[in-house]
Design a protein around this ligand. Sequence first.
Ligand SMILES: [Zn+2]
Ligand SMILES: [Zn+2]
Length: 388
Amino acid sequence: MTLTKKDFDWTNIAFLIISPMIGLVGTGIYVYFNGIHWLEITLFVIMYFFTGLSITAGYHRLFSHRSYDAHWTLRLFYLVFGAAALENTMLRWASDHRIHHKYVDTDRDPYNINRGGFYAHMGWIFYKHTEDPDAANMSDFKNDALVKWQEKYYIPIAVAAGWVLPGLIGLTVGRPWGCVLWGGFFRVVFVHHMTFFINSWAHMFGKQTYSDQDTSRDSWWLAFLTYGEGYHNFHHKFQADYRNGVRWYQWDPSKWLIAAAHFFGLATRLNRTPSRTILLARTSMDIKRTQKEVESVRPDFWARVQVQLETRKKRLEAAHQRVAEAKAAYVALKDSKMDQSKKLIAHYNRRIKVYERRFERERARWKGILKDAVLQARSFRSASNPAA
Ligand SMILES: [Zn+2]
Ligand SMILES: [Zn+2]
């Protein structure tokens, strides 16, 4: 598929050029003459999170992937502030995104990274859509009343939530235009590019932790910029999972928002990939990565490392299995009518802790072997090639 100038979408091009000019230059001029008010900064931050998270936790994880169910009030919030992010209607956005996953890295991928970083970032928006113009792959949401409402009134909703609302709030301190600039124009530039990074940089920089079947990558620093979506390799491998940063400490505000909504009864059926499946994907990739580094340098050494890794992998899986069983036994105890004295519960808890520690020790050994093998391969390489 070759795109030509004839396929340019001039409305989108004009918008993507004019909006940053108003957002950056306009806000700059306003600040030069009027200074900064605390409400303007506050509105910028709140609107940045409201609209960005409506894209990541809403358009993306709820509507595109159905990784959980949401109460209608939460869906309404996502549709209103998602519109204010000015990244198209939910149906159009999610349709493109489902195509991205289905045909990732090919010509049919709307933001195919093989067309270059700029194309995947925003260049693709410069062209008219050719793939699935009716969003037929979104039939599961097409008759949803809220979705139909957003589809019909997308622009008025976007303007009302993203520009009029900050302006009205700004009236309370006599700075409506400052608040429109900070909460509307300046904010939308950031939300655009931070979410666009998921299609560009998250397919360029970082680690292939769980799979090398496509170009998606994991990186903590990108997660920091993209509301948690920088763990994109995990996401492509396990797209039905409501989390992208799967470890509790991994920066993923979208995951935390969904978990908080669950706590308040606004989100249900949160889909989690079984931890064993995640572990298997991760260890397989660890082995592949090590093989790439080691095998070409010294095949005989790799043969030894491979045997060692296979043995350790089994032990790691067994240790993981024991943790899972201990946790299942604890849940069964809690659900049963058996004696649930403090002493017994403490005993079950201790057992989980012991198995978790053993698992962590196995994981540390696993990492140790991987690291030693790579270091050893590098020393072989420099010994055989002293000039390098
Ligand atoms: Zn992707
Ligand atoms: Zn996705």
